[in-house]
Design a protein around this ligand. Structure first.
Ligand code: UGA
Length: 434
């Protein structure tokens, strides 16, 4: 099939590349000429495991192309994916200007039937708005469907190629059939393509992200309470998670959720609720708890360092909002670093992928180490913000010898409490014995 993807951010790029992988002819459109040139030369503009292999293979097979011309894109595709940004507005709502501006252009330019697919995370009612904006100018038939994505950064290629489910909001039989045909190679395992109305599809995406953010936040509160009463959240987690109604996943406590999706989507749903005269009390609490959770280790670090971190050297391992990505948007590490810098600490940081992005934001205020052990050289404490695999089994003897005070503040509960004691570390984690 002939596909056009408008917007080559994270979602657009993965969508375009994976759709090319099943033999479709894909044209990706982006207004950023520099980025388009890079992609035309085979450079993947983001770090995402396995994407580079698929990218190269499909460019070489001539199935994946890039252009800055929306006209060219609209000429090509029978299905037009909108994978445009929906940033957070000042009031927390989702800014739809990119989606609606492109929709207006689509209305003016299409000459033959197209299915316009909303892939961006958009508030309930957006498909209706897109439909109206296109219809105001369109001279031909078209359908708008909502098709939210459920990709996780770091696993996006796998999630796209083997989705647990595909949600399609559509009120047109013709468009539904086209979408079913497009996605059929991805659901051979029997996983469902769930068809529903557009509004329900739009809400499914927000509800799923808000639920997961709530699940994590609930566990963070249980962890905080564990610390008060001397229980161990890791044991509670396993005890709870084996109940299949609860499930084992997304129960890991830590220093809060971050990233480009959960924080933005929870706020957008809360705002959309209040705009419709509905008060999502649970989301108010989730946002509040997550905000404080990001710096939950700060008072512990201060207390350990004689209530004065100024002039102390603190090493930080892990800066990305989660492992296997270079994305630092809303990363808990940012909040910890800002708070520690404000208090005069010297920070020596290391992350396997996110260092360039952190440098852009923090400039000369940090020491950028070339390895995890360079960061801990002469440190008064080590803070762990992201659970990259390489941090899971460090050389503890080396660490102990290098550090001035062998103390670890672990925001991701990577180590066994007994091991830490026998290795001679003062160890603080989240929701476990301190
Ligand atoms: C999330 C959803 O998982 C995807 O399904 C969705 O498509 C995506 O948002 C999106 O809306 O685009 P992502 O933001 O890539 O994906 O990351 P997650 O793996 O969900 O992690 C989000 C945050 O929750 C991270 O900060 C992570 O550290 C935190 N987390 C996750 C926990 O603190 N505990 C857990 O048990 C799981």
């Amino acid at each position: 099939m002939k596909i056009t993807v408008v917007g080559t951010g994270y979602v657009g790029l993965v969508t375009g590349t994976c759709l090319a992988e099943t033999g479709n002819e894909v044209v990706c459109v982006d207004i950023d000429a520099e980025k388009v040139l890079k992609m035309q030369n085979g450079v993947v503009p983001i770090y995402e495991p396995h994407l580079d292999v698929l990218f190269e293979r499909n460019i070489n097979a001539d199935r994946l192309k890039f252009t800055t011309s929306l006209d060219e894109g609209l000429e090509h595709g029978e299905i037009i994916f909108l994978a445009l940004p929906t940033p957070e507005d000042e009031d927390g709502s989702a800014d739809l200007s990119y989606v609606l501006n492109v929709s207006e252009e689509i209305g003016k330019k299409i000459k033959t039937y197209k299915v316009i697919v909303d892939k961006s995370t958009v508030p309930v009612g957006t498909a209706e708005k897109v439909q109206k904006v296109i219809a105001a100018n369109a001279v031909c038939d078209f359908d708008v469907v909502s098709n939210p994505e459920f990709l996780r950064e770091g696993f996006a290629v796998d999630d796209f190629l083997k989705p647990e489910r595909i949600v399609v909001g559509s009120s047109s039989e013709k468009a539904t059939k086209i979408m079913q045909k497009l996605y059929s190679p991805f659901v051979r395992s029997g996983n469902p393509i769930i068809i529903m109305d557009e509004k329900s599809a739009e809400l499914t995406k927000y509800a799923a992200n808000a639920f997961l953010a709530t699940k994590i936040t609930f566990m963070n509160e249980i962890a905080n309470y564990c610390e008060k009463v001397g229980a161990d959240v890791d044991k509670v987690r396993v005890g709870m998670g084996t109940d299949s109604r609860i499930g084992k996943r997304f129960l890991f406590p830590g220093i809060g959720y971050g990233g480009s999706c959960f924080p933005k989507d929870v706020k957008a749903l809360q705002k959309a609720g209040s705009d419709s005269d509905y008060d999502f009390k649970i989301l108010d609490a989730v946002i509040e708890v997550n905000d404080t959770q990001k710096t939950t280790l700060l008072p512990k670090i201060e207390a350990y360092l004689d209530n004065d971190v100024s002039g102390k050297k603190i090493a930080i391992w892990g800066l990305a909002f989660k492992p296997e990505t270079d994305d630092i948007r809303e990363a808990p590490s940012l909040y910890m670093m800002k708070a520690l810098l404000d208090k005069g600490a010297h920070l020596s940081v290391f992350d396997p992928e996110a260092m360039p992005n952190i440098k852009k934001m923090f400039g000369d205020s940090l020491n950028y180490a070339n390895s995890m052990y360079e960061a801990t050289e002469g440190a008064d404490s080590l803070l762990i913000c992201t659970e990259w695999s390489i941090f899971r089994t460090p050389n503890f003897q080396k660490l102990r010898e290098q550090m001035i005070r062998p103390a670890i503040f672990d925001g991701r509960n990577l180590y066994n409490l007994d091991d830490m004691e026998s290795e001679g570390f003062t160890y603080f984690s989240v929701g476990r014995k301190q």
